[in-house]
Write a protein that binds this ligand. Structure first.
Ligand code: ZN
Length: 145
């Protein structure tokens, strides 16, 4: 399928989620659709050395800081079983639907490993896949206690 790198204007809402704020689909989104662009302020080489929660590589040498009010995509949370995926084109970042998404579902994508190791792993991942795995492990502990 050829990618169309233009956000299709789906209705989205920023609302409370398990991890603070999250972005939710207000209408059904078909698989493969371009949902939103992750925008930000370009960073100088010096600024790239800092560690920003919303920093995002746009090429091997360029980076943006997504912590700007108009960048709704900065509220999209991490999941290890995401319904969205990120694609770069011409140093711009786009979020695509990895599968069909229902109205009301929270949008998630898999953050890169570096971010996951630094910010998510230390406090434990809160995504639904990890929550289910933890519950199952706890059940087993109880079963064999
Ligand atoms: Zn997880």
């Amino acid at each position: 399928m050829r990618r169309r790198f233009t956000p299709q204007g789906f209705k989205l809402k920023v609302a409370r989620s398990k991890t603070g704020r999250g972005v939710f689909a207000q209408e059904a989104i078909p698989r493969g659709a371009c949902i939103i662009e992750y925008t930000g302020r370009p960073l100088s080489e010096k600024e790239q050395e800092k560690d920003g929660k919303y920093f995002f590589w746009t090429s091997s040498t360029t980076m943006i800081d997504g912590n700007i009010p108009s960048n709704t995509a900065r509220f999209i949370n991490h999941s290890c079983a995401p319904n969205c995926e990120v694609e770069l084109k011409d140093r711009r970042i786009y979020i695509f639907a990895k599968r069909a998404i229902r109205a009301g579902e929270e949008l998630t994508y898999d953050y890169d490993t570096e971010y996951f190791e630094a910010h998510i792993k230390p406090r434990g991942c809160l995504c639904s896949k990890c929550a289910t795995a933890r519950a199952r492990a706890a059940d087993q502990k109880t079963a064999y206690a």
